[in-house]
Design a protein around this ligand. Structure first.
Ligand SMILES: [Zn+2]
Length: 316
């Protein structure tokens, strides 16, 4: 945690200022200590170089395991693709010029695949995650001066309202207990005239019913078992390509069709383990943007990808 991050943090309970105590500093990095709220007297630890405003994981704990196990799989710098850069651009529509020099919030940073891209574009990015995925992200991106990591709850962000130029959340909000409420908290963090982009699962009817049924079981299994079961997606892939059998399999027990076996394994695990997996429809998401004072909405096809600009003077 770099000292400059301190200026951006407030107590998530009362929005009071925080004071750093008992700091252990290595090469300008605050690796341990505590953040004390002078108003409500709450105290939050800093360990592993990351301020922690929550106990680990809660309803999203499968993601903590996921990003520990698959820490480097989706990083463009590691897998030699531009998939993360392309996904980010397809969701946000932001160019390098839009991002350079801006303060950006990555809500649900995971192992840091998008934060890596935004930092390389010249932004200062604050990545937030509920789980120990922040530790994986620190291992991946901790060397970057422009990346800050915070373990916190999207429903109780440790930032003042209207403090980010840009914010994005890609593939995250549908894994929270209340997607609309999570959206509203995120929207409130964006400055007037700033932009917010989200990527959400879209309800595609019958196509999800097979996995919805299986998820009653898979979300209750130990994540180690699910890691092994989802590995079956790697050798099973050719069966899913067969004309009739493949169609039935894809309806009954869909797996990721990604050409990379690592990503296929990861994406299949990612589909079957999270406790919450809401599927949305475009009209309700567009309504949330408008309710929160966003305009100039740019909408992409399935899944749901929407970016909007917060009107000057908007209140959420
Ligand atoms: Zn407080």
């Amino acid at each position: 945690m770099r000292p400059i991050l301190l200026e951006r943090l407030v107590c998530p309970r009362c929005h009071g200022g925080l004071e750093l105590c008992n700091a252990e500093v290595q090469d300008g990095d605050i690796v341990a200590g505590a953040l004390a709220c002078w108003r409500c007297l709450a105290s939050y630890p800093v360990h592993g170089g990351i301020p922690r405003f929550v106990d680990d994981g809660d309803y999203a704990s499968s993601f903590g395991r996921q990003w520990t196990w698959f820490r480097r799989v989706q990083l463009d710098s590691q897998n030699g693709t531009r998939e993360s850069a392309e996904q980010l651009a397809a969701t946000t529509g932001w160019s390098d010029d839009d991002v350079r020099g801006r303060l950006v919030l990555d809500a649900g940073v995971g192992a840091g695949r998008y934060a890596e891209v935004v930092a390389a574009q010249g932004a200062e990015v604050v990545g937030v995650d509920l789980t120990c995925a922040v530790d994986a992200a620190r291992q991946n991106l901790g060397a970057s001066e422009r990346v800050h990591l915070v373990q916190a709850d999207l429903f109780a962000l440790p930032f003042r309202d209207a403090s980010f130029d840009l914010a994005y959340s890609i593939g995250v909000l549908h894994h929270t207990p209340d997607v609309r409420q999570a959206f509203r908290r995120l929207a409130a963090a964006v400055k007037p005239d700033g932009q917010l982009a989200v990527y959400l699962y879209e309800d595609n009817g019958l196509g999800h019913r097979g996995s919805d049924f299986l998820r009653h079981v898979t979300t209750r299994l130990p994540t180690e078992i699910m890691l092994a079961l989802s590995a079956l997606a790697v050798p099973a892939y050719p069966l899913y390509q067969l004309p009739l059998v493949g169609k039935v399999l894809n309806l009954a027990c869909p797996i990721s069709p990604h050409p990379s076996w690592r990503t296929r394994w990861l994406d299949t695990f990612d589909w079957y383990t999270p406790r919450y997996q809401w599927k949305l429809r475009h009209p309700e998401v567009l309504r949330w943007f408008r309710e929160c004072g966003f305009a100039e909405l740019r909408v992409a096809d399935a899944p749901i990808r929407v970016c909007g600009r917060r009107a000057p003077g908007a209140h959420t």
